[in-house]
Write a protein that binds this ligand. Structure first.
Ligand code: EPZ
Length: 416
């Protein structure tokens, strides 16, 4: 099993460039199924999840070619309506192919995606929204068989501002007859980037980034070139790593506005950051105050930065309280951090983190993508050499992680 070997104690210094956003490019690749003309995506990160999504749309009839960080996609015809079981079970984000397939072909068969380490992750709100647009849904031997004789615009009030459900409904509504209103919609920056992409193809989506999204259906789309927004979660993970190691780094290709909740909390902890023309300069000297965080939907503190922030808090001066409100089981990293000497107690959906002087190296395993980032941060600060297993989770969302960190002076080796 491949692993990362990290010897802690070195402050990170230099410049790091953030890649395009995984959680923006995945729905955008799915949305390319709406269009019969060539699509070009710039700043498309070369990640496991992006490769899986590319395979999913290829199985449905698209051609996908990668040229560095450019993805060239062309879906002349959708010649298959069944998303491959083994790919969908590998990556639940494949579920957002339902909306565009319904819109373009009127039919989709997809296995019900499983849950994962962080929770059961049902898709009831996806299905409720598609039914509101006129889809008929049947469960057939573990597969969802979703069809429609023609989607019609509707007014949809989301029970919860689910990111994936908002994306699926937006893509289906983009070709529905008439107007769709999504109320209590997710407001994440990745939703805005998806809407921007749909509009660049000739769509009519208004209000993305607010809780009310207004969509006029169109009959067809034209080709376009789109540059994916920077990955705010990757950027936030590296900002926390620099702070935790007491380093001094310029983090480039960042939209500071997308990171407001994290920046506010890091400044409350006593970390100095400066917005510069091409990024954020962070110098993380000294000891930090412990702070409390509560994860919420955007524009609240992002759940995807909860694990890296917890690892950072283990170095703070005092006691911090972390409350996870988005996923029911997103504390899998706690046991691994405790193996490194962290003092963390879980009480229901909260974790109480008592800062200590220094963690100790220990063999640990990443249980999910963001837990992996937390363990890298912990290893970069710990006394000794830490081996992190399960790094395929990390490769799902952090492009060339060991190369980027080595360039900042980290002592990190990937052992295949
Ligand atoms: C997206 O997942 C992201 N993934 C997640 O990032 C992120 O943590 C999450 O949004 C929240 O911001 C991608 O964009 C590919 P949700 P998604 O639907 O769409 C429940 C990472 O690390 N729910 O907003 O699945 C669900 O179980 C990943 O990059 C239902 O109950 O998130 C969860 O508890 C992890 N029924 C909550 O809502 C539904 O129909 C939020 O889920 C849909 C969701």
């Amino acid at each position: 099993m491949s692993m990362l070997t990290i010897t802690g104690g070195k402050p990170l210094e230099g410049t790091i460039i953030v890649s395009g956003a995984k959680n923006a490019v995945l729905p955008i690749i799915a949305a390319s199924l709406l269009c019969g003309e060539p699509i070009q995506l710039e700043d498309a990160p070369d990640l496991l999840d992006v490769n899986v999504m590319s395979k999913v749309i290829s199985a449905l009839g698209a051609t996908v070619e990668r040229d560095g960080s450019t993805l060239k996609i062309h879906t002349r015809e959708i010649d298959c309506i069944e998303a491959p079981y083994d790919l969908v079970t590998q990556m639940r984000a494949s579920i957002v192919t339902m909306g565009p397939l319904l819109a373009r072909r009127g039919h989709v068969r997809i296995s019900h995606p499983g849950g994962c380490a962080i929770g059961s992750r049902p898709i009831n709100w996806h299905l409720k929204g598609l039914e509101a647009l006129g889809a008929e849904i049947k469960m057939d031997h573990g597969f969802l068989d979703v069809s429609s004789k023609g989607l019609k615009g509707a007014r949809i009030y989301m029970d919860y501002p689910s990111v994936g459900a908002t994306e699926n409904i937006m893509m289906a509504a983009a070709m529905a007859k008439g107007t769709t209103l999504i109320e209590n919609a997710a407001q994440e920056p990745e939703i805005v980037d998806l809407a921007t992409f749909i509009n660049e193809m000739g769509g009519k989506v208004r209000g993305a980034g607010t809780s009310i999204i207004h969509i006029e259906g169109v009959r067809e789309f034209h080709g376009t070139t789109h540059t994916v927004i920077p990955d705010r979660i990757e950027a936030g993970s590296y900002l926390l790593m620099v702070a935790a190691t007491g380093g001094d780094v310029l983090v480039q290709n960042v939209i500071a506005d997308h990171l407001k909740p994290l920046i506010a909390k890091m400044e409350e902890a006593g970390i100095r950051m400066m917005e510069e023309d091409d990024g954020i300069r962070i110098s993380g000297k000294g000891v930090y105050n412990a702070v409390d965080i509560k994860t919420q939907v955007h524009p609240g503190f992002p759940t995807d930065l909860q694990a890296p922030f917890m690892a950072f808090l283990t170095r703070s001066n005092g006691t911090g309280l972390i409350t996870e409100t988005v996923f029911e089981n997103r504390f899998m990293h706690v046991d691994e951090l405790k193996r490194m000497g962290a003092d963390i107690k879980i009480e229901g959906r909260s974790a109480i983190v008592q800062g200590i002087q220094r963690l100790n190296a220990a063999p640990v395993t990443a249980t999910d993508l963001r837990a992996g980032a937390a363990l890298i941060l912990a290893a970069l600060t710990a006394e000794g050499t830490t081996c992190i297993r399960g790094i395929h989770h990390i490769d799902r969302g952090y492009e060339q992680v060991e190369k980027k960190l080595s360039q900042l002076g980290a002592n990190i080796i990937r052992d295949e």
